[in-house]
Design a protein around this ligand. Structure first.
Ligand code: 13P
Ligand code: SF4
Length: 314
C-alpha cells in the first residue's frame, strides 16, 4: 500500500490524523483488538448509533460494517462518514434486498414493520421502526397487539417472539452466517468438559444454541454479564472479537469461544467485520475515503424509524 507508515508508527499516525481532522473513531466489539484499542468508543449497535448521533466531531470513522456507517450518516447528513473498507457488508443486510422486501410487505399491508438495524438504508426506509438486539423485545412488547412483520433475522425474530409472548410475528427468513456456525453437539461436549462454565449467547444464534444459554443478550449485554455474574468461566457463543473487551473488563475470568461446526475454520470471526484493518484505517483517515453516502430521498424516509427506536430505547 502507498506510503504506509512502518508498523511501529502506524498507531501514532492514526492518532495524529484523527486529531488533525477532528475525527471520532467508533468501533464495534467485533473489530480486531488493535482497532478496538485505538477507537474513541467501542460498543454494540445501539450504543454506536447513540454515539454517532451525539458526536460533535467533523468526521465519523466507522469501524464496523456498512449498515452501521449508513445509520450514522442518516443521523448526521452534514458530517463526513468514512469506513476503512466499503466492502464490509453483512449477510443479514445482503439477504434482504429492498425490492424483494417491498414486494413481501405487499402481503401484509396492515402490519407494523419492525426491522433489525442489520439491514440496508433502503430497507430501513420501508420500515416503521428499527431495533437492535438490545431493544428488540422491548420495542415489540411496546407495540401491544399491533400486527408485526419482523425482519430480516429469523433467529432474533423467533427469540423476540418468545420474549414478547407473540407467536404471530411474520418473520423474514434471513440469518447471520457467523451466528449460524455454532454446533449444539460440540457446545454440549464442551460444557461436559467445563461443567462450571456458563453458556452465553447472542440472539442471532439458532434456537439449538439459545436453548442451552444462561444468558442471551446483545454484545454489550454479554459483556456486562461476564463482568457482573459470579461464575468464573463462560462459553461465549458470538463473534470472537468480543473476547478482547471481556478479557480486559474481567481479566480473572475464563472465556471459552463456543465451537463452530467445522473447527478448522475461523467461522466465529465475521468475514465482513474483519475486512477492516489498521492499515485501511490509516488510509481512510489520510484520504477521508471511502465515504458512505445515503441518497436524500432514502435518508429522509429512514430517519424516522431510527429516531423512533432511539425514543423507545431509554
Ligand atoms: P450487537 O452488537 O448490537 O449485539 O449486534 C451484533 C451484530 O451482529 C452486529 O452486526
Ligand atoms: Fe452481519 Fe453476522 Fe457479521 Fe454481524 S456478525 S455483521 S450480523 S454477518
Amino acid at each position: 500500500m502507498s506510503n504506509m507508515p512502518s508498523p511501529d508508527q502506524l498507531e501514532a499516525e492514526i492518532l495524529r490524523l484523527k486529531n488533525e481532522k477532528n475525527v471520532v473513531i467508533l468501533a464495534h466489539y467485533y473489530q480486531e483488538p488493535e482497532i478496538q484499542d485505538i477507537a474513541d468508543f467501542v460498543g454494540d449497535s445501539l450504543q454506536l448509533s447513540v454515539e454517532a448521533k451525539n458526536t460533535d466531531a467533523d468526521v465519523i470513522c466507522f469501524c464496523g460494517v456498512h449498515f452501521m456507517a449508513e445509520t450514522a450518516k442518516i443521523l448526521n447528513p452534514d458530517k463526513t462518514v468514512v469506513v476503512p473498507d466499503l466492502d464490509a457488508g453483512c449477510s443479514l443486510a445482503d439477504g434482504c434486498p429492498a425490492d424483494k422486501f417491498e414486494s413481501f410487505l405487499k402481503d401484509y399491508p396492515d402490519h407494523t414493520v419492525v426491522s433489525y438495524i442489520n439491514c440496508s438504508a433502503e430497507v430501513k426506509a420501508l420500515s416503521d421502526i428499527i431495533c437492535t438486539s438490545s431493544n428488540a423485545a422491548k420495542i415489540v412488547k411496546a407495540l401491544g397487539d399491533e400486527k408485526i412483520v419482523f425482519a430480516p433475522d429469523k433467529h432474533l425474530g423467533r427469540y423476540v417472539s418468545k420474549q414478547s409472548g407473540r407467536d404471530d410475528l411474520v418473520l423474514w427468513q434471513g440469518s447471520c452466517i457467523v451466528h449460524e456456525t455454532f454446533s449444539e453437539k460440540k457446545l454440549l461436549a464442551l460444557k461436559v468438559r467445563n461443567p462450571g462454565a456458563k453458556i452465553i449467547a447472542h440472539p442471532e444464534c439458532e434456537d439449538s444454541i439459545l436453548r442451552h444459554a444462561d444468558c442471551i443478550a446483545s454484545t454489550s449485554g454479554l459483556l456486562r454479564f461476564v463482568v457482573e455474574d459470579d461464575a468464573t468461566s463462560f462459553i461465549v457463543a458470538t463473534e470472537a472479537g468480543i473476547l478482547h473487551k471481556m478479557s480486559q473488563a474481567a481479566p480473572d475470568k475464563e472465556l471459552i469461544p463456543a465451537p463452530p461446526e467445522d473447527e478448522s475454520c475461523s467461522c466465529n470471526l465475521c468475514p465482513f467485520m474483519r475486512l477492516n484493518t489498521m492499515e485501511k484505517l490509516y488510509l481512510c483517515l489520510r484520504d477521508l475515503s471511502p465515504q458512505v453516502d445515503v441518497p436524500a430521498e432514502i435518508r429522509e424516509k429512514a430517519l424516522r424509524p431510527i429516531e423512533r427506536m432511539l425514543e423507545m430505547s431509554f
